[in-house]
Design a protein around this ligand. Structure first.
Ligand code: GDP
Ligand code: MG
Length: 173
């Protein structure tokens, strides 16, 4: 926990998942509330801070996006360092993007063992290959603290998902 804004603790939240699942789209939704179908990926790591209200209290999250480096599997210790929460993202259109999360989950256990872990299925505006049951079983198997389905295109579910996460951080922080 660190004092970032003078309004209470700042929690570090890292976004994880395969290339193309929508991490940067989610990041931009949270940061600027925009969706850009043709955004090009940038290199390096990007972060922003966002304040959520939980029970009248301000919860500040600093949210980290990999910005493309995950394709080289070079997410390092540094990215995970002091993370309070890890958000595992898959695309509901691609079941392999769900299964690949097992790998990121292993890294999280090594580098941020105490982080709250949340599973998010993105692209719910498209036809799903991953059904709710499959996602729930996966979440159960990996003992994720929470799971949700969102669409970065329409914005559906994002606010609720992050408010839920803020609440968990507040309770456990
Ligand atoms: P990243 O590699 O995980 O950062 O994924 P991006 O955010 O770059 O998104 C990959 C592609 O999926 C882009 O073409 C996005 O426009 C698209 N995309 C992201 N979220 C959604 C969504 O909720 N619905 C749809 N239809 N497309 C999405
Ligand atoms: Mg990206």
């Amino acid at each position: 926990m660190s004092l970032g804004t003078g309004r209470g603790p700042t929690y570090k939240v890292v976004l994880l998942g395969e290339l193309g699942v929508g991490k940067t789209s989610l990041f931009r939704r949270i940061k600027e509330n925009i969706f850009d179908e043709f955004s090009t990926s940038t290199q390096g790591i990007d972060s922003c801070t966002k304040v959520f209200k939980v029970d009248g209290e301000s919860i500040t999250m600093s949210i980290w996006d990999t910005a493309g480096v995950e394709r080289f599997r070079t997410l390092t210790r540094n990215y995970y360092r002091n993370a309070h929460a890890a958000v595992f993202i898959y695309s509901v259109t691609d079941v392999s993007s769900l299964h690949f999360l097992t790998q990121w989950e292993k890294d999280t256990q090594n580098f941020a063992p105490n982080a709250i872990r949340m599973l998010i299925g993105n692209k719910s505006d498209l036809e799903a290959e991953v059904d709710d049951y499959t996602a729930e079983q996966f979440a159960k198997m990996h003992t994720f603290d929470r799971d949700a389905v969102i669409s970065c295109k329409t914005g559906k579910g994002i606010h609720e998902a992050f408010e839920g996460l803020a609440k968990l951080l507040h309770e456990q922080g």
